[in-house]
Ligand binder design. Structure first.
Ligand SMILES: Cc1cc2nc3c(=O)[nH]c(=O)nc-3n(C[C@H](O)[C@H](O)[C@H](O)COP(=O)(O)OP(=O)(O)OC[C@H]3O[C@@H](n4cnc5c(N)ncnc54)[C@H](O)[C@@H]3O)c2cc1C
Length: 428
């Protein structure tokens, strides 16, 4: 008798990768009318927009070759990122570029480093304590605290520092102090060099997968009967032998019938922040304002501005905007999906000189991303263990940024989906 198929929930980068690498019969169900999840792009008024910048950070040579082929060719780009503080641009990372600060702030940052408490630094510490121990008072006050408060829109005392791993460069104290006296030339961080499809935005990669993988669109899973192994959508039901789910794990739990109370309780403990991305295309006779020339993205720690990051698609790849124009993504974070201040974004950008007053808005759209950043707190790992034990014992594997409930990115999503597919391929 033929075995029932593996059902893959979601046609984002994780679901598409899982299907691509599986050698067994599988069906991909996608809730939306188009594939790609957060890696999709859209084309409006001659501009190409992503769901905020989706740049490709790859370390694994095999994945690089694979992504290069699938996306029709990648361009290699040397990062030009900065922090915008008191009308001044500090190259990223802040903590290795004190040279660019005004004298008063620079002194506070150096004093802070010298006066750090001599304690063992552990990434399970509350984020603020971790930052004070790692970088001292000044760097925490001017960048780490105000920026992360905006990025996570969450109480930083209730979060730990487990997410900082590769995302926060950690130069030695000596390097930090030296950076106050001479311009730093070292490249820091996982994304000092990154890649991006030559044309078509991040969607070019998704389109490569779609040559082989054919998801069923408009097929949002609503209910999962684990006893009879049936997945229900609004229009259809599917028998399955296993499920690979890439939807947020908390949504997956809500769909399953007869979930034990302790698993339900564990799911309620998982916290997250939502993000709104406003994409803007701008027509301009004179091109992008000179202060932004070549910059790829800018961190915005100032409490007076409601967005935490501004990126410039057209500086990453000139094919992202038509001639005589430039284009932005602007990111806002929220706990409750309210973004009242985003309505004022154009005026805010004009005020700080990121849009010239004489330029014309040619295109604007909004992408809301619920679950965008999962919160790292004292409950997360314990809760995930309980949930995954239940899921795995019922032949359900939850992967991807929101399925695994992690701070991951495209390369890791492809790697993890391949690893899951390889395990299933080896099973008899
Ligand atoms: C603001 C922001 C910026 C980022 N920038 C980068 C970057 O520059 N580089 C990088 O590598 N990564 C970046 N990331 C991370 C990247 O977006 C994710 O790692 C990646 O998109 C995760 O893919 P996924 O397939 O796991 O999840 P998703 O992209 O969320 O895909 C899940 C899919 O499942 C579908 N789905 C959900 N529920 C159901 C259901 N019930 N039934 C059927 N289908 C369902 C969704 O519609 C979606 O298509 C960024 C993330 C954010 C939030």
């Amino acid at each position: 008798m033929m075995k029932d198929p593996i059902i893959i929930i979601g046609a984002g980068i994780s679901g598409l990768s899982a299907s691509y690498f599986l050698k067994k019969k599988n069906i991909v169900l996608e809730a939306n009318l188009c594939a790609g999840g957060l890696c999709r792009s859209f084309y409006e008024d001659g501009f190409t927009f992503d769901c905020s910048g989706h740049f490709i950070h790859i370390r694994d040579q095999k994945i690089k070759t694979f992504v290069n082929k699938l996306s029709g060719g990648l361009e290699k780009i040397n990062r030009d990122a900065a922090i915008f503080l008191k009308n001044n641009f500090i190259p990223f990372p802040f903590q290795a570029n004190l040279y660019y600060l005004d004298e008063k702030i620079k002194k506070e940052c150096i004093d802070g480093i010298l006066k750090r408490k001599d304690i063992k630094i552990d990434n399970k510490m509350p984020f603020i304590d971790w930052s004070l121990s790692m970088f001292g008072k000044g760097i925490t006050k001017y960048f780490m605290e105000p920026y992360n408060k905006k990025l996570w829109s969450y109480d930083l005392k209730k979060m730990n520092a487990q997410w900082t791993g590769q995302f926060v460069p950690k130069p030695e104290a000596k390097e930090i102090i030296e950076s106050a006296y001479s311009k730093n030339r070292s490249a820091y961080g996982y994304n000092s060099v990154f890649y991006y499809p030559k044309s078509g935005g991040c969607q070019a990669l998704i389109d490569g997968f779609l040559q082989k993988v054919k998801p069923i669109m408009n097929a949002r899973t609503k209910k999962i009967d684990i006893k009879n192994k049936i997945v229900y959508t609004d229009f259809y039901s599917y028998k399955y032998c296993k499920i690979i789910s890439t939807q947020p794990i908390v949504e997956l739990i809500k769909q399953i019938s007869n979930v034990p109370p302790k698993v339900k309780e564990a799911a309620k403990k998982l916290k997250f922040s939502n993000v709104r991305c406003v994409n803007i295309g701008i027509k301009s006779k004179n091109g992008i304002p000179a202060i932004l020339k070549n910059k790829h993205w800018i961190y915005m720690p100032e409490p007076s501005l409601p967005f935490y990051r501004v990126g410039i698609y057209s500086n990453v790849n000139k094919n992202m905007s038509p001639k005589n124009s430039y284009s932005f993504y602007i990111e806002f974070s929220s706990q409750n999906n309210e973004y009242k201040k985003s309505a004022n974004v154009i005026n805010d950008l004009k005020k700080i000189g990121f849009i010239s007053k004489t330029d014309e808005i040619a295109s604007i759209n909004v992408v809301d991303m619920p679950y965008a950043y999962v919160i790292f707190d004292a409950n997360k790992d314990k809760a995930l263990k309980i949930i995954n034990e239940f899921l795995n014992s019922n032949n359900i594997y939850s992967i991807g940024r929101y399925g695994a409930w992690e701070y991951s990115f495209i390369e890791k999503n492809i790697q993890d989906a391949k690893a899951a597919a390889d395990i299933i391929n080896r099973e008899k």
